[in-house]
Design a binder for this molecule. Sequence first.
Ligand SMILES: [Mg+2]
Length: 392
Amino acid sequence: MLGEIGSQTGFHAAKSPCASAQASYPHTMNIVRVESFVRDRFGLVRLTREDGAQGWGQMAHGDPDVCATLLHRYLAPVCLGHTCTGLAELTQLLDACEFGPYKSRGTHLIRALAGIDSAGHDLLATAAGVPVCRLLGGEPMRLPVYASSLKRDTRPADEVDTMLRYCEQHGVSAVKLKVGHRLGRHRSEDAGRTEALIPLAAAAFGDRSLKVDANGSYTAEEAITVGRLLEQNGYDHYEEPCPYWRFDDTRAVTEALEIPVAGGEQDCCDAVLIHQVTAGCVDIIQPDVGYLGGLRRSLAVAAVAAQHDMPCMPHAPNPSLLFPMSMHLSCAMPNRGAYLERNANRPSFDIGMYTGLSPLVDGAVTVDDTPGWGVTIRDDWLSACQHQQSQL
Ligand SMILES: [Mg+2]
């Protein structure tokens, strides 16, 4: 069936120079095929090993066509012929993927790397008959979620009503609302919304955990003013108050306020997130398993955060394979936050990409012992994808 997809949508079998040089590699568990499946804003990756074992992963959300180009140009040639029988070899492979194309090591290459990382973890876990979190030393578990609203164009009363209904319907005990104006732009469109929303939500949500995300809206001075209002109203999470690349501004806000400041989702460089931890820029670190290049780099950031007694709460608003990836990532973190992010704006969380995702019950999703990510990718979703493959 997939051959038909490829023939209809520009399928090509790219045999790289690197691949042919490694074709005589003496092991028998080599990666022999790297595939990408691009549709809308999503880009899945499938790795196939010589023995037929396969794993599914996903590149970061957004620009999947660009990421797929980089995947097949730079990363697939490194993967083909590389053995993949355990975490140590997967680590070697991912190191090689990062170090090889080092002059192109920007955000889209790292977004593509997330596809190799996650497909590699799924391949190993599925072959071993265990969930990915167990492969990483974690345990399957129940994960309480917070209802995350991505909307800024709503009136405060409507936003509170909508989110309260969602929380009551699903038994969710934590909520995150958008405040401010993304990166400080378009201020005139919703003047006064933040100042009205913060106390209104606090009164409506009772003892639920209340969080806000400013997406870099403020100067340090403005952010501290809004932070004081959040503190007065009992909020417990203040995300990205300043533009994410202005570390000193964010640190000034963190140092001035009692409310925990969160950040880190936007960056693709693990050293940047680690700096935010060690320099005290944030109180909660938020790697995005896609933007940061996969589970290995996210866990490395979480480990440094653990050394600083800092919780790690993955950025996870996307209803795709990125969500189960974030679930397993959370299970493997000893310092995971109290809640996992879950997009509350979609009437249905299922975008048709897979089956088998844990339902949201009593405010939580559950990772069980189903091998791999615990979901099955649907052929009918794949059938509308642009498919490319590189193979030995
Ligand atoms: Mg955010």
